[in-house]
Design a protein around this ligand. Structure first.
Ligand SMILES: Nc1nc2c(c(=O)[nH]1)N[C@H]1C(S)=C(S)[C@@H](COP(=O)(O)OP(=O)(O)OC[C@H]3O[C@@H](n4cnc5c(=O)[nH]c(N)nc54)[C@H](O)[C@@H]3O)O[C@H]1N2
Ligand SMILES: Nc1nc2c(c(=O)[nH]1)N[C@H]1C(S)=C(S)[C@@H](COP(=O)(O)OP(=O)(O)OC[C@H]3O[C@@H](n4cnc5c(=O)[nH]c(N)nc54)[C@H](O)[C@@H]3O)O[C@H]1N2
Ligand code: SF4
Ligand SMILES: [Mo]
Length: 767
């Protein structure tokens, strides 16, 4: 057994202060000495740390960080070091199940797949393929998403396919499209090695990307430490290290960001030459932000005017800057508009496309970038534009189908709308893969009622019994990380290959094999009568080769990569092609963006209403490679505290758990570190309600109630926080899932749900 460090007690590990090149530190956690190591990357957050899987006698016996990998130089965090034990959990799903007489019973793969196929055919006959929907993941592999996208778009021809990425990083994609024309993070992690300042908006990196945070901690411990500006209503681990911490009221990112931009413009801390040469929209933006004086910002957000000035001074005078946004932006009010303000900040200062200057419209899930790239969500493969007939023709050519077979008469259906169609009955079959909506969707009572509907046929494809598989008509046991080969892309566009290390348990099969099997049994064919997938799609490597063709000439060009090349090294950043055989660190180095009419991924939206623009609208505004500067004014959140529900609720994450805990809840070390949910209250509020640490508190919203033990302190008065990880699979009984309380509202542009605010009341419950 080797444990190089106790990551539960010491989350980030020892400091190695530096500037320039981040030193190597290899973290390892093994229970036995492996006979061999298998190359992979971690799938427990978007950082995608390079990892080797230790194998002995066909079992995983531990992991170690890859010293050569550019994302982590050997380091791993608590989840990376302790999460792998879930693969070998005794309650893995090992056989397909079919619901018979109300009960899930074991079945053969033939029985389960034939049932799905006969249901699909019956539904298509009676209602068209528009009655079939797919709700997938940000945690499967690139090859699996691409197979699914082709099945949905070219095989069935249904517009109803989205991922849980809608709950996660839809706003990241939307904000990048709005400003730069297509998805794709402009920067590179190496920017953190030299940058003078870091801005984190609604992003608790210290908990959520612990290894990336270790990189910042090491910079803080080295020469020329960067200054940190953190915008978060809670005093998080991240905020504790801030040079300036702004703690606005939830839902007020727009006033804060508008106020910061105003101060920058007023002080002349902008780059007029860059603005003139590479952007459009400056005058309109200036007019909008002009109204947000520091005093007005203070009145609305609670952020003291002087603190805002202090922050603006750092952001305006640093020569290099890395900014990130995550769920405190994406799941809060005016999500896309607020995320775009961060892009604007960099554009105004000309801090983009060069070393030390990076924007991270962060991802959350390990493979959410690929869901988006491959078009297994509400996007089309390789950032193609559903409104552009040439882009549709390109896909039709690649897939050997008529363009009309590919739904493109309106935007693909977003996840919240897919669930709405299930609720109203126009979707009759929902295929859920790699996500657990019965814990993660907002307003769970409504979701439960929907999934229980007699006329909705539900397939759930997962590795574990979950709150969702419980309601399925067919359960398909999936092979997961470590048990199958595939690629995925982290937030700085680094593509890793993850090799199969062990066999999956029992009869579990990879998502790739399941989707390809479905395509074969449905007998999907192209225009010339040849099978859509099966003849050239035997292995995931075949799928990767097909994907490369799909990306040729697009911003996410993978054509210079191969399984062999990815296996020789340890991560390559796209675009990687003939011109850039080793990958590309920075996008937009020449100040030319992907906004040209024939290149852009979307024709834009009205940022306030979300109304999409058409090809003809775009012709009038085509900035031909310049970036868009766009702004909006403040809007009041859709639900605000009142007499009946006087407190704000916000929800989020803990360092030791991943989402609905299907993996981390099965790791003793992680689960012991955070065994239960809780409600965090400000000291003042706790005193007012006579609540002390550990008291049981009932939290009620207009949609439901939960019972949580109290934890007092480190949060703004008037706000309560509940981690959303805790469902019911391991602890039925007490209502405790945060999403019993949350609202069904979403951002008008990205359609990402608003998990970060709701109005609640609390009451101490006597034991
Ligand atoms: N340990 C751990 N790490 C993870 C995950 C996990 O489950 N556990 N999940 C991964 C995934 S998929 C994701 S998406 C990321 C999410 O990573 P984060 O976005 O960092 O996580 P959250 O806790 O959801 O939200 C971040 C912060 O937003 C703040 N916030 C709430 N409302 C507002 C607001 O209106 N404005 C501002 N400025 N801030 C606000 C909250 O106080 C919270 O600290 O983490 C990834 N990494
Ligand atoms: N209140 C509140 N709700 C939230 C959030 C919040 O901040 N607050 N955050 C939202 C965000 S950002 C996210 S990303 C979602 C996450 O929500 P979910 O996606 O529902 O959460 P997970 O627990 O990660 O579910 C993934 C499932 O996939 C399974 N799985 C893992 N690997 C594989 C695989 O290779 N194949 C298959 N078939 N299955 C696999 C896992 O066992 C697990 O059941 O939650 C969202 N919900
Ligand atoms: S930072 Fe993310 S990718 Fe890296 S070890 Fe932790 S969970 Fe895994
Ligand atoms: Mo996420």
């Amino acid at each position: 057994m080797t444990e190089t460090r106790d990551s539960i007690k010491d989350i980030w590990g020892p400091r190695t202060g530096y500037t320039g090149q981040w030193p190597v530190r290899v973290d390892e956690q093994t229970t036995e000495t492996p006979d061999h190591w298998v190359q992979s990357a971690c799938v427990l957050c978007s950082n995608g740390c390079g990892i080797d899987i230790g194998v002995k006698d066909g079992r995983i016996v531990g992991v170690r960080g890859r010293a050569v990998d550019r994302t982590n130089y050997g380091r791993l965090g608590p989840k990376g070091l302790n999460g792998w034990v879930a693969n070998q959990s005794p309650d893995r799903l090992t056989k397909p199940q079919i619901r018979r007489n109300g009960k899930l019973e074991d079945a053969t793969w033939d029985e389960a797949m034939e049932l799905i196929v006969s249901k699909s055919k019956q539904i298509i006959k009676e209602h068209t393929s528009g009655a079939i929907g797919f709700y997938t993941s940000g945690q499967m592999f690139l090859e699996e998403y691409y197979a699914l996208a082709i099945i949905g778009k070219a095989g069935l021809g249904t517009p109803h396919m989205d991922g849980n990425t809608r709950l996660c990083t839809a706003t990241a994609a939307a904000a990048l499209k709005v400003s730069f024309g297509t998805d794709g993070q402009p920067g590179s992690y190496t920017d953190l090695d030299t940058t003078e300042a870091v801005l984190l908006v609604g992003h608790n990196m210290a908990s959520q990307q612990t290894v990336l945070w270790a990189r910042i901690l090491d910079r803080l411990a080295g020469p020329n430490p960067p200054k940190l500006v953190v915008i978060d209503p809670r005093l998080t681990f991240t905020a504790e290290k801030a040079t300036v911490h702004l703690a606005p009221r939830v839902g007020t990112n727009i006033p804060v960001m508008n106020g910061l931009l105003r101060l920058l413009i007023e002080a002349g801390h902008i780059d007029p030459a860059y603005i003139a040469a590479h952007t459009v929209g400056f005058e309109e933006l200036k007019k909008i932000v002009d109204k947000w004086t520091p005093e007005r910002v203070e009145r609305l957000t609670g952020v003291p005017a002087d603190k805002l000035r202090e922050a603006a001074n750092i952001l305006g005078t640093c020569k290099t800057l890395v900014s990130t946004a995550l769920q405190g932006v994406y799941q809060s009010m005016q999500a896309t508009a607020a995320a775009v303000q961060i892009n604007n900040l960099h554009l105004l200062r000309g801090l983009i496309g060069k070393p030390g200057a990076g924007i991270y419209q962060m991802n959350g899930q390990p493979t959410s970038q690929n869901t988006r790239e491959c078009g297994a969500d509400g996007d089309l493969p390789a950032f193609r534009n559903w409104g552009n007939p040439d882009h549709i023709q390109q896909l039709a050519d690649l897939w050997n189908v008529h363009p009309d077979q590919i739904p493109h008469w309106s935007p693909p259906t977003h996840a919240m709308q897919i669930w709405r169609y299930c609720e109203t009955g126009s979707i009759k079959m929902l295929w859920i893969s790699g996500t657990n909506p019965l814990v993660s969707l907002p307003d769970l009572d409504r979701v439960r009622k929907t999934i229980e509907k007699e006329d909705l046929f539900v397939i759930a494809q997962d590795a574990f019994p979950t709150e969702t598989t419980k309601y399925a008509d067919v359960v398909l046991p999936a092979a997961i990380w470590g048990e199958k080969t595939g690629c995925f892309t982290n937030v700085d566009r680094t593509v890793h290959i993850s090799h199969k290390a062990i066999d999956p348990p029992g009869e579990a099969r990879s998502d790739f094999d399941i989707f390809v099997d479905y395509s074969r049994r449905m007998d999907f064919r192209g225009q010339d009568g040849s099978p859509l997938l099966t003849s050239t799609w035997q292995t995931t490597e075949d799928a990767f080769e097909a994907w490369k063709k799909c990306t040729k000439g697009r911003p996410c060009d993978y054509t210079g990569m191969s399984y062999a090349k990815l296996s020789e090294g340890s991560g390559i950043q796209w675009p990687c092609n003939e011109a850039h055989p080793d990958g590309t660190e920075h996008l937009y180095t020449d100040g030319v963006f992907n906004t040209q009419i024939d290149n852009c991924e979307a024709y834009g939206h009205d940022l306030e209403t979300g109304a999409p623009h058409t090809h003809d609208d775009y012709k009038l505004i085509d900035p031909k490679g310049k970036a868009f500067l766009k702004g909006v004014d403040y809007e009041v959140p859709h639900e605000v505290p009142d007499e009946a529900y006087p407190l704000w609720l916000t929800t989020g994450r803990l360092v030791y758990h991943f989402h609905t805990r299907t993996k981390t809840g099965r790791s003793k070390a992680l689960n012991d570190a955070a065994p239960d949910s809780y409600v965090q209250l400000a000291t003042e509020d706790a005193a007012r309600y006579g609540i002390v640490d550990g008291d049981m508190v009932e939290v009620t919203s207009r949609r439901g109630r939960v019972l949580e033990p109290a934890r007092v302190g480190d949060i703004e008065p008037g706000l309560v926080f509940i981690p959303f990880h805790y469902g019911y699979w391991d602890k039925p009984g007490r209502p405790r899932a945060a999403n019993e309380l949350t609202i069904t509202e979403w951002d008008p542009v990205s359609k990402q749900p608003h998990y970060k605010y709701a109005a609640v009341r609390i009451r101490k419950v006597l034991a």
